[in-house]
Design a protein around this ligand. Structure first.
Ligand code: DAT
Ligand code: MG
Length: 236
């Protein structure tokens, strides 16, 4: 927090700079706080520009002073670096036969599009019994397994591969609980379904299963690598 407050030029009463009077209104804050001489103008954001994060000139007297004044641990928080370390995941999303029959394909695609994830694969597909059994193999021992396979093979499904940071867990949130009656309003199942056996959409439950399921449902050449034009507007 210290570095965040320091380099952002935003008043922080908890930082080591707290000994400088932090008036958050008017010009007086900026004239009393030494950082103002460094950043020159008021910034509302914590990190006004990349250049201040990455091109600090240690010979700059104000910077030297700031570094000396902060604690022994510099603790510089760099969201850009943190973001670049975040894992890009893939998830397999499928509109189940009831979702297709009820005309929810566009609605379901739209939820993921609006959120900002990247569509990498999309097809309407009639699933075989073998594929349904393989997909749900972890549930093989469940009493509802035969009915589940019948349901998934009862009509065309829409297969999708979506990519993004945190897409697996986020998609599960967008989809909602397995039992639609327990799914929160605002989620796909919460808004559009009532029964577990007709819960209209599937989403992978882990990044590993995301990869496994995409490999299961898509052939080579069916996935597309591309860069959405909106990419810089979604991630800093
Ligand atoms: P989810 O689809 O939320 O990941 P799951 O993996 O536990 O849920 O189960 C896969 C599907 O199996 C689920 O979407 C619907 C069906 N299912 C699960 N539990 C069921 C139950 N108790 N009765 C009938 N169908 C069930
Ligand atoms: Mg599941």
């Amino acid at each position: 927090m210290e570095a965040l407050a320091a380099f952002g030029g935003v008043a922080s009463t908890s930082s080591s700079l707290g000994r400088f009077t932090a008036k958050t209104t008017g010009d007086s804050y900026y004239t009393q706080n030494p950082i103002s001489r460094f950043s020159r103008k008021p910034h509302l954001s914590a990190f006004p520009s990349n250049s201040q994060l990455f091109s600090l000139n240690p010979s700059h007297s104000n910077v030297k002073t700031l570094i000396r004044r902060s604690s022994t641990k510099p603790g510089i928080f760099l969201p850009h670096l943190v973001a670049s370390l975040e894992q890009i995941e893939e998830t397999y999303i499928m509109v189940k036969p009831d979702g297709v029959q009820r005309g929810f394909v566009g609605e379901i695609i739209s939820r993921f599009e609006k959120k900002g994830f990247k569509l990498k694969g999309l097809k309407l597909f009639q699933c075989s019994k073998e594929l349904a059994e393989e997909h749900y193999k972890d549930l093989k021992e469940k009493p509802f397994f035969p009915k589940l396979v019948d349901y998934i093979t009862s009509g065309p499904v829409v297969c999708m591969a979506w990519e993004g940071v945190g897409v697996v867990a986020s998609a599960r949130k967008l989809i909602g609980s397995t039992n639609p009656l327990q799914a929160e309003p605002g989620t796909i199942r919460g808004d559009l379904a009532v029964q577990t056996g007709r819960n209209i959409v599937h989403g992978s439950d882990s990044p590993e299963n995301g990869k496994r399921e995409i490999a299961l449902w898509f052939k080579e050449g069916e996935l597309v690598e591309w860069t959405p034009a909106q990419a810089p507007w979604l991630r800093e």
